[in-house]
Design a protein around this ligand. Structure first.
Ligand code: HDE
Length: 696
């Protein structure tokens, strides 16, 4: 294998290779001490600039094994992308247990307080391809591979606690419906099209998840500000083999935060890698994101009293019914060295569990237990992908499986079977090994069955909608109007609005009005009459935002002669609050009022206010006047205002406020009062929105 070292010191400019350039000449020019460049067979390469040709103007020779090897390797650089969750961002970190669950489980990572378990966490969107944008309206995958002492545990969850379907057999249909339509190949990474809404309108079990997908949960501000859920009920198994059901939750210490739809749409153009870059910068800057790990624990008897079936993955257990018990934390603190080797080649699988944890009979989970290994066999090219460093357990592992594509170890000895007596060190089963919970089988007829207890499709959709703040309800209604306005087929729009009538008549009315429908379409007959459950404010985002600026980014727009003292003071106050400051200017360097030439972080046209959580405008009156005629400067302030962000300004900035038609409110304040600005920047000015935007 070729080894590569990057030397960062004293790099001299590399000469451009001319047609006669030789590798060793270039090597000398580049300086430093570099390992010998070789082929994959270890053969030293003398010229990596020119292919072997029969003469100066003659054809290239087939004999050029160096060229052929290099191009062949290049041709095969891509592996099939994931059929879902193709676009992902992953980080290394650790899990630390803070409270033991030994009463419930023998899984060591959940019983040894203070123990740090290394892990790899991959966040993803679901519908788009690997190169798609980071900010579509979509569910986010939240997959964690814990490298425990008892083998790998993969908790492969999402940022939404329920799912669209109840049975794995519907997954290919759901995904075919949401992905690009097969005849036209669009839209990419978007649910706003006919086939998705056609499918969900004919699948009422999806209605609860549809509410979540239309809410601001589906357009997060940062991957550091999303929750994670294992969704399904799992079992914890104690030393006596007794089982307690568990739902797993991740809660971000930065609090929840989302973007507005208009912001998400514009971010897609301003920075298609917005979430990946945000995570990268946070990790590189030492601002390690953290999540609490919590469980909801309940018994079979508790479950019998719920108003729903906990094995139905379209249902959640409200925190108000079964509280969350925080037992640990996850810290992400190391960016992968190589995107392909780690983020792309990592293979998560819900079937990877450790002794002390077991599955439930959730029919969606049961299907998933098959799918992941199956898809990974073809995505990673054979059965030995567990040997890749990112997938391999960090505890010893040994068995009698052998051979296959890409066997990278060299097994020794004659025994590859069990039982055997020929070798003393052949792996054997052990008492502490994995045991399944001895669940009693129901003595019932086999069949393609959907349990009666799965039939209520609307009560929890109603619970979700009605538990939101008025602002979030307006966003859900507006998202539905946006999505359905892109649906060309009338009867599909009608069918969806019909379902909304069963969820909440007010919501149905708002959406129908937004779509310009005359009379409301008929509501379908519900298999089970929906009930009004006690509201669950824990389902909101606004209610779960934290009054903090920690981990956020504030943009200060400046120009030549901007007041250095104001910028300095503002920066200090904002940084003290745990946020990052970035300077933006029409050019990459400006001369401030104190004569200092400052290199800024972003050029105005390429750094809109979308990428910040709050902004400040600090200009001389002359610069303010000049900028107030420039579209990119006007957009900067208008978008910040339109996205309900705090804006601090000095006298020069007032010109731009005027040009952006910004009406003063509590969120528009004097840059001299840094403390007040920091206070305001911790939230968004929700009440502003209905004054400036058409909402459903
Ligand atoms: Fe997945 N899912 N899924 N899924 N899923 C995959 O596995 C599948 C479901 C989730 O970062 C695939 O290696 C079926 C629910 C995440 O690499 C595939 C069903 C939840 C990731 C697959 C579901 C998830 C995947 C594609 C219905 C939340 C990305 C590539 C029964 C609890 C993991 C791969 C990563 C990936 C199948 C439903 C989460 C095809 C059949 C519900 C986070 O195997």
């Amino acid at each position: 294998m070729a080894t590569r070292k990057s030397s960062t010191k004293s790099r001299k400019p590399v000469a451009v290779a001319n047609e006669r350039g030789k590798g060793d000449e270039l090597h000398q020019l580049a300086g430093g001490s570099h390992p010998q460049l070789t082929t994959d067979q270890g053969i030293p390469v003398a010229d990596n600039q020119n292919s072997l040709r029969s003469s100066e103007h003659g054809p290239t020779l087939l004999e050029d094994f160096i060229l052929r090897e290099k191009i062949t390797r290049f041709d095969h650089e891509r592996i099939p992308e994931r059929i879902v969750h193709a676009r992902g961002t992953a980080v290394h970190g650790y899990f630390e247990l803070t409270s033991s669950l030994e009463k419930y489980t023998t899984a060591k990572l959940l019983t040894e307080v203070g123990e740090k378990t290394p892990l790899f966490c991959r966040f993803s969107t679901v519908a788009g391809g690997a190169g798609s944008i980071d900010t579509p309206r979509d569910v986010r995958g939240f997959a964690v591979k814990f490298y425990t002492k008892q083998g790998n545990w993969d908790l492969v969850g999402n940022d939404i606690p329920v799912f669209f379907i109840q049975d794995a057999i519907k997954f290919p249909d759901l995904i075919h419906a949401v992905k690009m339509e097969p005849d036209r190949g669009f839209p990419q990474a978007a649910s706003a099209h006919d086939t998705f809404w056609d499918f969900v309108s004919l699948t009422p079990e999806s209605m609860h998840m549809v509410m979540w997908a239309m809410s601001d949960r589906a357009i997060p501000r940062s991957l550091r500000m999303i929750e994670g859920f294992g969704i399904h009920s799992f079992r914890l198994i104690d030393a006596e083999g007794r089982s307690t059901f568990a739902k797993f939750h991740w809660r971000p210490t930065l609090g929840l935060q989302s973007t507005l739809w208009d912001e998400a749409v514009k971010l897609a153009g301003a920075d298609p890698d917005f979430h990946r870059r945000d995570m990268f910068e946070a990790i590189q800057g030492g601002n390690y994101p953290e999540w609490e790990f919590a469980v909801q624990l309940f018994t079979e008897q508790d479950a019998a009293k719920f108003a729903f079936d906990h094995l139905d993955p379209t249902k959640l257990i409200p925190e108000e019914v079964v509280p969350l018990k925080v037992v640990g934390r996850m810290v992400l603190n190391r960016w992968p060295d190589n995107f392909f080797a780690e983020t792309e080649q990592v293979a998560f699988c819900p079937a990877n569990i450790v002794p002390g944890i077991d599955f439930s009979n959730d029919p969606l989970l049961q299907g998933r237990l098959f799918s992941y290994l199956d898809t990974q066999l073809s995505r990673l090219g054979g059965p030995n992908f567990h040997q890749l460093p990112i997938n391999a357990p960090k505890c010893p592992y040994a068995n009698h499986s052998r051979d296959g594509h890409m066997q990278t170890t060299v097994p020794k000895g004659r025994v590859a079977y069990d039982p055997s007596s020929l070798e003393e060190n052949s792996p054997r089963e052990s008492k502490i090994g994995f045991r399944s919970f001895a669940a009693q089988n129901e003595h019932a007829a086999k069949g393609r069955i959907r349990a009666e207890s799965f039939a209520d499709h609307y009560s929890q959709a109603r619970l979700f909608y009605r538990s939101q703040t008025e602002y979030e309800q307006a966003h859900i209604a507006s998202a539905l109007v946006f999505e359905l306005s892109k649906v060309e087929t009338r009867h599909v729009r009608d069918a969806v609005v019909g379902h909304l009538r069963n969820i909440d008549p007010d919501l149905a009315g708002r959406v129908a009005k937004g779509l310009g429908m005359g009379a409301l379409p008929p509501a379908p007959r519900a298999a089970v009459e929906p009930i009004d459950m006690p509201l669950s404010p824990a389902l909101q985002i606004i209610g779960r935002m934290k009054a903090t600026l920690r981990g956020r980014v504030v943009g200060i727009l400046v120009d030549d002669q901007s007041d250095a003292a104001t910028i300095h003071a503002l920066r200090k106050t904002v940084e003290r609050a745990g946020a990052t400051v970035k300077l933006v200017a029409p050019r990459l360097s400006v001369t401030l009022s104190d004569g200092h030439v400052v290199a800024v972080d972003g050029q105005l046209a390429g750094t809109p206010s979308l990428v910040f959580d709050a902004v400040a405008l600090i200009f001389s009156p002359e610069a303010g006047k000049a900028l107030s005629t420039k579209a990119e400067a006007i957009d900067f302030v208008r978008d910040a205002y339109g996205h309900l962000k705090a804006i601090a300004t000095d006298a020069g900035g007032e010109f731009l406020l005027k040009a952006g038609n910004v009406k003063k409110d509590r969120g528009v304040l004097d840059a001299a009062d840094g403390k007040a600005f920091v206070q305001c920047a911790q939230t968004r000015f929700w009440a502003r929105e209905s004054k400036i935007r058409q909402l459903a």
